[in-house]
Write a protein that binds this ligand. Sequence first.
Ligand SMILES: [Zn+2]
Length: 159
Amino acid sequence: MVNCPYLSDPSRVALFAGAVGGLRRFREAGWRLIVVSNQSGLARGYFTREQLSAVTDRLAELLAAGGVVLDAIYYCPHGPDDGCDCRKPRLGMIEAACRDFAIDLAKSWMVGDKAADLELAQNAHLHAAQFLPKKDSQLLPGAEFAVRSMTELVSRILG
Ligand SMILES: [Zn+2]
């Protein structure tokens, strides 16, 4: 998904080139696809749960058009100062996923573009790859490697 901070308009949901094809490869290889997302825009009042669900519905629709179904989307609705246990890099959303699915964390991968994603991977003992589409960004602590595209991610993880 293209990163749009505080996205609340479903018509602006857009996928990275190659995203659907890459996710389909993981699916075909038997992987689960689970999204964990900080959505502090809810706590900040930037958008409502209804708007967020319209955005996630649109995401699911774009993926489904390419034959990809996500297992689950977890989001943290809190702000940074709320002291919740689900906001990345805290473990709540990973723990929820582990309750809902049989997941072997040691064989699972977190793919993210933010420090909180990679810190969460370290906290949960997940493998971690950094999505780094721009050439001038830096490899963040916790990432085993960076990829610039979904194609590269597929080849690094699935071989
Ligand atoms: Zn939370």
